[in-house]
Design a protein around this ligand. Structure first.
Ligand code: PLP
Length: 355
């Protein structure tokens, strides 16, 4: 029985923290989970992953659980990569693929991060978890908290789609509607943490959601036979997925598992209704200014302040990528275009990537 985590490391100043206690932020900024990659390599070969169960926990040695901690799982992971030749043709791309994360439990990739975060929270004895959400993270929190036998407190803006509210209620979560944006919900979660001891599952405010999202990158490596795609477009809100995939690619490269050394260019995509990361990228900044009057129908992208802004921008720049803002006014048109061309049902967030 083993766990391959060596320590947690502050992303802002490199300080090491103990991984055997529950950690959150350091100096107000996120933590990286660090592993003994050599030990993982002697324990498991890259080819072993292909023969395991269809969940993201097939990569358990590369996750905080190792083979020691019991996951809180609903079978998340292993989403298909769909070749989209007709959609690609419109842009002169013969090898356009969409990784269809809508097929995951609770209908989005939020399940990956929250499965991992709630697994670790339960391991450390947490009973009450709270999350500010624009929609999908609430549904995933409610479902995984139910699965773990925990209490979930979900705070969402009043204009969150009703289906997102109801899925939380049905899974037994305590739902609060907040007259404001996700950062206003976040401020209330912080109060609940200080006054009644909620554990804050906000994006990047605990170290393990990234590790769940990292499995998208590990799956991509597996699905593309250890030769990574040239470019990856990611609809960016808090940025966990982009940061997590970039971490995955670096870990598998360091382990010598890649058959080609070409790393993907990571492209962060936002809507011009809320594009703090694209704006900071254009200005050559490492930190993003809060985006005033954020308004986009892509609720997953309506994140005016990201605590991991520098981690997103570092990944984009290290990978020789880009941070772009697509036209808010055309999201619906692009959504229809993708569905018409390929039969895939995409959300407004992903539609921004088509723009
Ligand atoms: C949460 C969410 C995003 C943004 O993901 P981050 O990792 O927070 O940047 C994009 N699209 C959808 C559908 C989401 O639910």
């Amino acid at each position: 029985m083993a766990r391959y985590v060596t320590h947690l490391e502050s992303a802002i100043d490199g300080t090491h923290l103990d991984h055997n206690t529950l950690q959150t932020l350091h100096a107000g900024r996120p933590l990286w989970v660090k592993y003994d990659l050599d030990a993982i390599k002697t324990r498991v070969s890259r080819d072993a992953f292909a023969t395991r169960e269809d969940s993201m926990f097939r990569f358990r040695e590369m996750l905080p659980v190792g083979d020691e901690i019991e996951p809180v799982s609903l079978g998340e992971g292993n989403s298909p990569v769909l070749h989209c030749p007709r959609l690609g043709e419109k842009f002169g791309l013969s090898n356009l693929f969409v990784k269809d994360e809508s097929q995951l439990p609770t209908g989005s990739f939020k399940s990956r991060g929250l499965s991992m975060a709630i697994t670790m929270a339960r391991h450390f004895g947490v009973r009450n978890v709270a999350i500010p959400t624009a929609g999908n993270a609430g549904g995933a929190t409610a479902a995984y908290a139910a699965r773990a036998g925990m209490n979930a407190y979900v705070l969402m803006p009043t204009d969150t789609p009703i289906v997102n509210m109801m899925e939380c209620v049905w899974a037994g979560a305590h739902v609060y509607l907040v007259d404001g944006l996700i950062n206003d919900c976040g401020a209330l979660v912080k109060q609940g943490k200080e006054t009644v001891g909620w554990f804050d599952l906000s994006t990047l405010k605990e170290p393990y959601r990234i590790e769940g999202k990292k499995t998208m990158g590990l799956e991509i490596a597996l699905q593309f036979a250890w030769k990574l795609p040239d470019v990856i477009l990611y609809p960016t809100g808090g940025g966990t997925g982009l940061i997590g995939m970039w971490k995955a690619f670096n870990e598998v490269r360091e382990m010598g598992w890649l058959d080609s050394d070409t790393m993907p260019r990571m492209v962060s995509v936002q809507s011009d209704g809320c594009c703090p990361i694209a704006r900071a990228f254009d200005a050559g900044e490492r930190f993003a200014e809060p985006f005033e009057n954020a308004a986009t129908s892509a609720s997953g992208l309506r994140v005016p302040v990201a605590v991991g802004d520098f981690m997103i921008l570092d990944a984009v720049r290290e990978s020789n990528g880009l941070a772009l803002a697509a036209a808010e006014s055309r999201l619906i048109e692009w959504q229809c275009q993708a569905t018409e061309a390929e039969g895939i049902s995409i959300c407004p967030e992903t539609a921004a990537c088509i723009g």
